[in-house]
Design a protein around this ligand. Structure first.
Ligand code: NDP
Length: 328
């Protein structure tokens, strides 16, 4: 059975991209064979497509850490042919052929039954980036964050995790301060629910001071480095930051003072290796009480568009969510 896939090949002169015809017989063994209808573009997909060794070591390779579609064959009693499902994280798109191919074969323990409020397409409006935003919000709420506690700051606000975080937080009644390097996106971010803005430059101010003014009742950080450290220094007493990403830096340059004087918390977020039962429960929440219309964040991409989209997301130039329609 043939299918189309976006393939990455490593050559002496760098990485080469093409859409190729593949065969199901080449896929790894697994419990569930899926007809992938939609995938999405995440920062990590671009890392995979450019040979980041922490993500992908084996080439040629089909990236795509997200996939949503219909079960074609299943040897697991949990899933049946014709059922809508999604897969995100674990090894999908890292060293296992991923969602940029029209077929994947994976262990049943990676598969999430499509929540009743979502379709393969709308689930990929969220994708890993949106799931990560939801996971961060869930953890902050668990830690006691409330709208009365003050505004929540979101860094990398125009990116995939950031824009979904802005939309979800505002829908849940929070005031949202968006940190973005793209002033031209303020109107769009306002339409998603941002009420206040900081530039990337403002997020770097005060790096030499151990503490800042108490401003935020919570935070979702996607960039790391000095902006993250400054946010921790600006959290109100007992507030928390959910740390998701490293788009700026993997460093965390800070003293212990905010922790011992203001009782603030740094919460880790990892959507990749999260246990499957937690993934399934949170996806059901995203398709239920947290269902939000993310269509205003979506740019639709075909497999052939990924070659140009990979450098754009690596350079921080992506806006919103790139959703890959594998029928295009
Ligand atoms: P995007 O590229 O879509 O968004 C990142 C945003 O960060 C950019 O749009 C830009 O927003 C901002 N940014 C980029 N470079 C810089 C810089 N040098 N300094 C300051 N801001 C910058 O990526 P994603 O939203 O998909 O992912 C964001 C991060 O989260 C990545 O590091 C990714 O690896 C991580 N991640 C982690 C997950 C987890 O499980 N922990 C899961 C998913 C993602 P703007 O222009 O608005 O400032």
């Amino acid at each position: 059975m043939g299918f189309k896939a976006f393939r990455v090949e490593k050559t002496d002169s760098g990485f080469k991209y093409s859409v190729q015809e593949r065969d199901v017989a080449e896929l790894p063994d697994g419990d569930v064979l899926i007809d992938v209808q939609f995938s999405s573009l995440n920062y990590k997909d671009a890392l995979s497509a450019t040979g980041n060794p922490g993500v992908t070591r084996k080439f040629p390779h089909t990236p795509g850490i997200d996939a949503a579609g219909i079960v074609l064959e299943s040897r697991s009693p949990e899933f049946r042919a014709g059922q809508a499902v999604l897969v995100m994280g674990y090894d999908l798109g890292m060293n296992t052929p991923g969602g940029y191919g029209q077929r994947i074969r994976v262990p049943a323990t990676w598969v999430v039954a499509m929540p009743s409020g979502l379709t393969p397409e709308t689930s990929m409006h969220w994708g890993t980036a949106g799931f990560t935003a939801a996971l961060a919000v869930e953890k902050l709420l668990h830690q006691g964050m409330t709208p009365a506690g003050g505004p929540v700051v979101v860094t990398g606000a125009s990116g995939g995790v950031g824009c979904v975080a802005v939309k979800l937080l505002s829908t849940l009644g929070f005031q949202v301060t968006a940190v973005t390097g793209k002033a031209e996106q303020h109107t769009w971010l306002k339409s998603l629910g941002a009420t206040e803005f900081m530039s990337r430059g403002q997020a770097l101010e005060g790096a030499d001071r151990p503490l800042g003014k108490e401003r935020f009742g919570g935070a979702i950080d996607t960039v790391g480095g000095v902006p993250l450290a400054n946010i921790v220094k600006s959290l109100k007493h007992s507030a928390s930051v959910a740390v998701c990403g490293l788009a700026a830096s993997a460093e965390f340059p800070i003293t212990v003072l905010p922790f011992i004087l203001r009782h603030v918390n740094v919460l880790g977020v990892d959507s990749v290796e999260l246990p499957i039962n937690h993934k399934r429960a949170l996806w059901n929440r995203m398709g239920g009480e947290w269902r939000v219309d993310l269509s205003a964040t979506v740019q639709k991409l075909a497999l052939k568009d990924l070659e140009a989209a990979v450098p754009r997301i690596l350079q921080g130039g992506m806006v919103g969510r790139g959703v890959v329609d594998l029928s295009l």
